[in-house]
Design a protein around this ligand. Structure first.
Ligand SMILES: Nc1nc2c(ncn2[C@@H]2O[C@H](COP(=O)(O)OP(=O)(O)OP(=O)(O)O)[C@@H](O)[C@H]2O)c(=O)[nH]1
Length: 424
C-alpha cells in the first residue's frame, strides 16, 4: 500500500513555487506489517543452516536419497544396483556439508549419514552411536551458549531425522520400533518407506496404514507439521497434503534416464517402465523435498530449538544441579496483578494507620505521665506550704497564750546539770 507522508526537506537554494510541505510518494509500504518481509530478507541474506540425519538399515538407499534430495553430488554416485554386497557401505557416521542456492536463497546443508544397522547378530544397541551424535550436537550448542561471547554460534543441531523403513509390506520391525522410541524425544522424526519402487501402489497404501497404526500403538511421536492456525487456506491445504503422505514412499536415484518420449529424468529404469523420482504420481519424493526445503524448514528448525533442545537443556542443567525459580516465569494476568497491587496498597494503608495510632497513644501516655508528675509535685508543694502555715499558726497561738498569761514570749531555757550558767 503506497501512502503519502510529509518528508523532511533540505533547505531550498531558491524559493519554491509551492507554499505547503513537499509531499513525496513512498516506493513501498512502511509499517510493522512489513516485518516478516524484513526477517525473510535478512535470513535469505544470511543463509540457512539446516542439518538432516539419515538413519536406517543398511542398503536402504540413504546415501542415494541424500544426493537425490539436494540434486547435488554430496556422495560420489554408487553403482546402480538394487542391493548388493559390492555396493560401498557407509561404515562410520559421516558429515557432509554443501552450500546450495535456490531462487537466491543460500542454504548451508549438513547431512549426517549414519552407517546402516541390522547387519550384526546383536543389533540391540545400534541406536546408541546415533543418539550420542544427536546429543553431542546439543552439548556443543549448549557449550557455545554458555560462553561469554556468543556472537558467533555454529548450529549443528539435527533438524530432521529421516528414518528409513525397509519396503517389507508387513509391519514395523522391533528394531525400527526400538530405534524410533530412542530418538523421538530428541529429534524431528520423519519416517520414510525406502525403495518404494519395489512395491505396488496398493501395497504402499496398505503398508503406510500399518506403519501409522504401529507408530500410534507404540506411542512414537513423529514430526507433525503445523499450519499455525493461519487463515490462508492454501497453506492449510498444502500442509494437510504433505501430512497425508507420511510416511513418505520414496525412490532415490541420482542418475538420469531417458523416457519413451525422449525426456531426461531422474529415475530408475526397469524392463516394464521407468519410475520417475520427481513425478508425484510415481512416489512421494517431491512432497518430502517440498516439506524439508520449501514449506517446513523453518518450522523444523524451530521445533528443534524450542522443543527438543529445550527439553535436553533442561534435563542436562537439572542433572548438573542447577535450580530454577519458576515464579519468575509465572504468567502475569493483568487483572490479577491489579488486584494484587490493590491488596498491597490497602495493607500499606492499614499499616500506616496502625503506626499513627501507636504514635498517638505513645504521645498521650507521655503527656499523661508528665501531668500526673506535675500534679504530684504541686500537691507536695501545697502540702509543704500548708504544713508551714499550720506551724506558723500554732506558733502565733502559743505566743498569744503566753502574752495573755504574762509569760515571756520565748520559753525559759532549763538549766543544764553540771554547768554553772544558764543559756539565754
Ligand atoms: N530399487 C531401488 N534401489 C535403490 C534406491 N535407492 C538406492 N538404491 C540402491 O540401493 C543400493 C544401496 O544404496 P545406498 O544409498 O548405498 O544405501 P545406504 O542406505 O546408504 O547403505 P549403507 O551405507 O550401507 O547404509 C544402491 O545400489 C542404490 O543404487 C531406490 O529408491 N530404489
Amino acid at each position: 500500500m503506497a501512502s503519502e507522508v510529509p518528508l523532511p526537506m533540505t533547505p531550498p537554494t531558491s524559493k519554491p513555487a509551492i507554499s505547503g510541505p513537499l509531499r513525496k510518494k513512498l516506493q513501498g509500504y512502511v509499517g510493522f506489517a512489513n516485518l516478516p518481509n524484513q526477517v525473510h530478507r535478512k535470513s535469505v541474506k544470511k543463509g540457512f543452516n539446516f542439518t538432516i540425519m539419515v538413519v536406517g538399515e543398511s542398503g536402504l538407499g540413504k546415501s542415494t536419497l541424500v544426493n537425490t534430495l539436494f540434486n547435488a553430488p554430496l556422495y560420489p554416485p554408487k553403482e546402480h544396483v538394487p542391493l548388493s554386497d559390492e555396493s560401498p557401505k557407509t561404515v562410520s557416521i559421516q558429515v557432509l556439508s554443501t552450500d546450495i542456492e535456490e531462487n537466491g536463497v543460500r542454504l548451508k546443508l549438513n547431512v549426517v549419514d549414519t552407517p546402516g544397522f541390522g547387519d550384526f547378530i546383536n543389533n540391540e544397541e545400534s541406536w546408541k552411536p546415533i543418539l550420542e551424535t544427536i546429543e553431542s550436537r546439543f552439548d556443543a550448542y549448549l557449550e557455545q551458549e554458555n560462553r561469554v561471547n556468543r556472537s558467533k554460534i555454529t548450529d549443528t543441531r539435527v533438524n530432521a531425522c529421516l528414518y528409513f523403513i525397509a519396503p517389507t509390506g508387513h509391519s514395523l520391525k522391533s528394531l525400527d520400533i526400538e530405534f524410533m522410541k530412542r530418538l523421538h524425544n530428541k529429534v524431528n522424526l520423519i519416517p520414510v518407506i525406502a525403495k518404494s519402487d519395489t512395491m505396488t501402489n496398493e501395497e504402499i497404501t496398505a503398508f503406510k496404514e500399518r506403519i501409522l497404526l504401529d507408530i500410534a500403538h507404540h506411542d512414537i511421536k513423529i514430526y507433525h507439521a503445523q499450519h499455525y492456525d493461519c487463515d490462508d487456506i492454501e497453506t492449510i491445504n498444502e500442509t494437510k497434503d504433505v501430512m497425508s503422505k507420511i510416511p513418505f514412499a520414496i525412490v532415490g536415484s541420482d542418475r538420469l534416464v531417458e523416457t519413451s518420449d525422449g525426456r531426461q529424468v531422474r529415475g530408475r529404469k526397469y524392463p516394464w517402465g521407468i519410475i520417475e523420482v520427481d513425478n508425484e504420481e510415481h512416489c512421494d519424493f517431491v512432497k518430502l523435498r517440498q516439506m524439508l526445503i520449501r514449506t517446513h524448514m523453518e518450522e523444523l528448525r524451530e521445533f528443534t530449538n524450542d522443543i527438543h533442545y529445550e527439553n535436553y537443556r533442561t534435563e542436562k542443567l537439572l542433572a548438573m544441579g542447577y535450580q530454577q525459580d519458576n515464579t519468575v516465569f509465572k504468567e502475569v494476568d493483568p487483572l490479577a496483578k491489579l488486584e494484587e497491587e490493590r491488596a498491597l496498597h490497602e495493607a500499606k494503608l492499614i499499616k500506616m494507620e496502625q503506626d499513627m495510632k501507636h504514635v498517638f497513644q505513645q504521645k498521650v501516655q507521655e503527656k499523661e505521665a508528665k501531668l500526673t508528675q506535675s500534679e504530684a509535685e504541686l500537691y507536695a508543694k501545697h502540702k509543704e506550704m500548708k504544713d508551714a502555715l499550720e506551724k506558723q499558726r500554732l506558733d502565733l497561738e502559743e505566743k498569744k497564750r503566753r502574752i495573755e498569761q504574762g509569760r515571756p514570749l520565748t520559753p525559759e531555757k532549763t538549766k543544764k546539770k553540771g554547768f554553772g550558767f544558764a543559756t539565754k
